[in-house]
Design a protein around this ligand. Structure first.
Ligand SMILES: *[C@@H]1O[C@H](CO)[C@@H](O)[C@H](O)[C@H]1NC(C)=O
Ligand SMILES: *[C@@H]1O[C@H](CO)[C@@H](O)[C@H](O)[C@H]1NC(C)=O
Ligand SMILES: *[C@@H]1O[C@H](CO)[C@@H](O)[C@H](O)[C@H]1NC(C)=O
Length: 435
């Protein structure tokens, strides 16, 4: 009866003189509920657990019971979202950086620019407001960007902690903006200011034209054995969530037990994810992406585990994961905390890797000029493609005149990338997904 205190005072007054009404109605409701659940058997779990069995709410199974639940409608609307699998694909890029990175971000942006794609730039809170303003004004001043309107600079700047959940929060925010602003892209790719492409967008878009738009490129492995204790038991706190100045992750003295309702996966923080998987993560009609996000709030190196754990614990999406991050990254042996800075001597290895991107590069390293010249054919602003139909005579920029952006001119990069894709999509490789 204490509940009545919280009820709206009006209704309390109405029933006030008939004290028996509420218990009577309550017991009637309980009776009816028990009666109907009894006959339909809805709450008897086939696994003998106390909770609703997961397969009722997941939308992977098409048994009849699914039709009673809202999730099956959501699944149907997702499937018939009207995005065609045919025709040229579109990519959505997040390029992020910190203090002093704005020039490198512009360079990476120019090297991966294509009018079909979408771009969003984020400079974190360590960068002074002046730098963010400069970045925004150089985007605005570019005649191609302002005509095509596919490059955005995030005005809101987040405090981002290396290895912390604030990094995921920032990525999710950028994805939300991209979903809201453009209904057309097929894949999301995240790059930092120290990343650079090894092939043109024409090469990439041509090679992706043939692929299922549901594939997710995300390097994966399950965390098992002693690593599980080392990675999953510590509890960290990211001060970026509540302090206004950047500081390192804080480690608590407490430890927590290992998760039993899902398995933990890890891998590279660099990903290329499908629009359908990201809608699933962002909209959150299924609770898994949100639960995992909350779990990862206190997990060290959460950007190397969040999407990985979500995708591998979902029956529908786990088969779409291709375990590769599409980057060439070189490590010392034994590996240190950060990868090696790539330079001239790594050029051949980068090319041979057949990967579309590489990291990390020091600012204006000479090897970037070599990549521009030999791999991207970048002489003026952009790495040119079939969309650049201007006359290059006298050193003019061919991309100042835009042609049809669904025509591509694939070069040697496309051949290299298709070779990589062939390996990645081979049966042997597919066996390694989410295991
Ligand atoms: C996205 O890219 C950044 C590079 O700026 C990286 O550090 C981050 O961990 C990536 N992944 C996620 C899931 O945010
Ligand atoms: C697309 O796939 C078909 C058949 O598998 C193949 O013949 C064609 O060369 C592929 N095209 C591209 C652009 O990869
Ligand atoms: C652009 O090229 C595509 C593919 O060749 C073609 O289907 C489309 O009609 C072209 N669009 C324009 C506006 O010329």
């Amino acid at each position: 009866m204490s509940m009545r205190k919280y009820m709206n005072p009006h209704s309390a007054r109405v029933f006030g003189d008939r004290v028996w009404v509420i218990p009577f109605v309550a017991s009637l409701i309980i009776f009816i509920t028990l009666f109907f659940s009894g006959i339909s058997g809805l709450f008897t779990s086939p696994h003998g657990g106390e909770q609703l069995p997961f397969d009722i709410i997941s939308f992977s199974k098409s048994d009849d019971s699914n039709e009673y639940f809202v999730e099956s409608d959501l699944k149907r609307s997702l499937e018939t979202n009207g995005r065609s699998e045919i025709g040229a694909p579109r990519l959505a890029y997040l390029i992020s950086g910190t203090k002093g990175d704005s020039h490198r971000m512009m360079r990476t942006l120019s090297a991966v620019y294509h009018p079909r794609n979408q771009y969003i730039l984020h400079l974190d809170l360590e960068a002074p407001p002046r730098e963010r303003l400069e970045l925004a004004s150089s985007v605005k001043a570019d005649p191609t960007f302002s005509e095509v309107e596919n490059v955005r600079v995030m005005a809101q700047s987040n405090l981002v902690t290396y290895k912390g959940p604030t990094m995921i929060a920032c990525t999710l925010q950028a994805i939300s903006i991209l979903l809201k602003e453009s209904s057309e892209w097929d894949w999301f790719i995240n790059l930092s200011a120290s990343d650079y492409p090894l092939m043109t967008q024409d090469d990439l878009l041509h090679a992706f034209s043939n692929l299922s738009r549901n594939l997710n490129f995300i390097e994966l492995m399950q965390i098992t054995g002693w690593k599980l204790n080392q990675r999953a038991k510590p509890i960290i706190i990211d001060p970026g969530l509540y302090l206004s100045k950047k500081s390192d992750l804080a480690w608590t003295t407490q430890r927590r037990s290992l998760p039993t309702s899902f398995k933990l996966f890890t891998g590279s923080a660099w990903v290329m994810l499908s629009r359908s998987f990201l809608e699933y993560c962002i909209w959150g009609w299924d609770n898994l992406p949100r639960t995992i996000l909350m779990y990862y709030t206190n997990f060290v190196s959460s950007p190397e585990g969040y999407f990985h754990t979500v995708i591998c614990n979902n029956e529908e999406f786990r088969h779409t994961a291709v375990s590769h991050d599409l980057h060439y990254i070189a490590w010392d042996s034994p590996p240190k905390q950060h990868p090696i800075s790539l330079s001239m001597k790594d050029f051949d290895k980068m090319v041979k890797s057949n990967a579309p991107f590489a990291r990390k590069f020091a600012r204006d390293d000479p090897v970037l000029d070599k990549i521009d010249k030999e791999l991207l054919g970048r002489k003026s602003r952009f790495a040119p493609g079939a969309w650049c139909i201007g006359n290059p005579e006298g050193g003019a920029d061919p991309c100042s005149v835009r042609g049809n952006d669904s025509v591509f001119r694939p070069g040697p990069g496309a051949v290299r990338f298709q070779e990589l894709l062939q390996t990645l999509l081979s049966e042997d490789f597919q066996k390694k997904q989410c295991t």
